[in-house]
Design a protein around this ligand. Structure first.
Ligand code: KIV
Length: 284
């Protein structure tokens, strides 16, 4: 089965079909997200805080993303796989193009995402010029922020809203096939969605986007720490893990695990033969 292309994603906006996007960082979860029918799987730099225990996304390296994205790519048959370009990997056009090519060659991603608006438009143009599709990311951009508030909404005042709109125009002009809008005031997100002809995918930016993106760990209930207000939670995987591992620990301690179905024994005649041989040897 061929994976969805950036054109397929753009066509979804034209046909009015909402786009679902989620992060995944490893083989089994990417396999399951793909089977569940999500259209875009993002190997986000959120792998840092969510999986690797880093304090923020700025510590994530290109090697981190490539390792995780390669695992995701091996699992995914239908969804479009996007690899996040980590902090410090696209500060100059030639560096950005070389690193984007590495992501495609070594991790098998279908496109790359990078954060920023007008200031990265030239870099976006270089990467798309090298034949690699780029997804933009504006509004709140964690790689550039030291803002530690839980829900740092952007575009709540007229000036900032206009800045974000101008960033969106610049990215489209530079050739992005889609834009993530993170924590943008909902009316601003709606206006951008109406203004640009590429899909606008929101996170914490209200219902008027062409699609939505969330971090997998929030959706399935596996976040370490408090669940954020902008995310949905449709499962309790943390609870399931605690239940299962606690039960395993208690069964080991009580001698209830392994169960007979978990191991094999010799048949009785073979066992006797074995004891005879070993016993004889012992006596000898
Ligand atoms: O890294 C990530 O998870 C992201 C999403 C929040 C869009 O960039």
């Amino acid at each position: 089965m061929a994976r969805l292309t950036s054109k397929d994603i753009m066509d979804m906006k034209r046909s009015g079909e909402k786009i679902s996007m989620i992060t995944a960082y490893d083989y089994p979860t990417a396999y399951l997200c793909d089977k569940a029918g999500v259209e875009i799987i993002l190997v986000g730099d959120s792998v840092g805080p969510f999986v690797l225990g880093y304090r923020d996304t700025r510590r994530v390296t290109l090697d981190d993303i490539i390792r995780h994205a390669a695992a995701v790519s091996r699992a995914v048959e239908r969804a479009h796989v996007v690899g996040d370009m980590p902090f410090g990997t696209y500060y100059r056009p030639y560096v950005a193009v070389e690193n984007a090519i590495k992501m495609v060659r070594e991790a098998g991603v279908d496109s790359v995402k990078l954060e920023g608006g007008r200031e990265v438009a030239g870099i976006v143009r270089e990467i798309t010029g090298s034949g690699i599709d780029v997804m933009g990311h504006i509004g709140f951009t964690p790689q550039r922020s030291t803002d530690t508030s839980v829900y740092p909404v952007r575009g709540l005042d007229v000036d900032e809203a206009e800045e974000i709109l101008n960033d969106a125009y610049a990215l489209v002009d530079a050739g992005v096939y889609a834009i993530v809008l993170e924590f943008v005031a909902s009316q601003v997100a709606q206006l951008i969605r109406e203004e640009v002809d590429v899909p606008v995918i929101g996170i914490g930016s209200g219902p008027h986007c062409d699609g939505q993106v969330l971090v997998l760990h929030d959706v399935i209930g596996l976040r370490v720490g408090e669940h954020p207000p902008y995310a949905a939670k449709y499962g309790d995987v943390a609870g399931e893990i605690l239940y299962a591992v606690r039960k395993y620990v208690s069964e080991v301690k009580e001698g209830l695990f392994p169960h007979p179905s978990n191991y094999r024994s010799m048949d009785e005649p073979t066992y006797k033969e074995f004891i005879n041989r070993v016993g004889r040897r012992k006596i000898d």
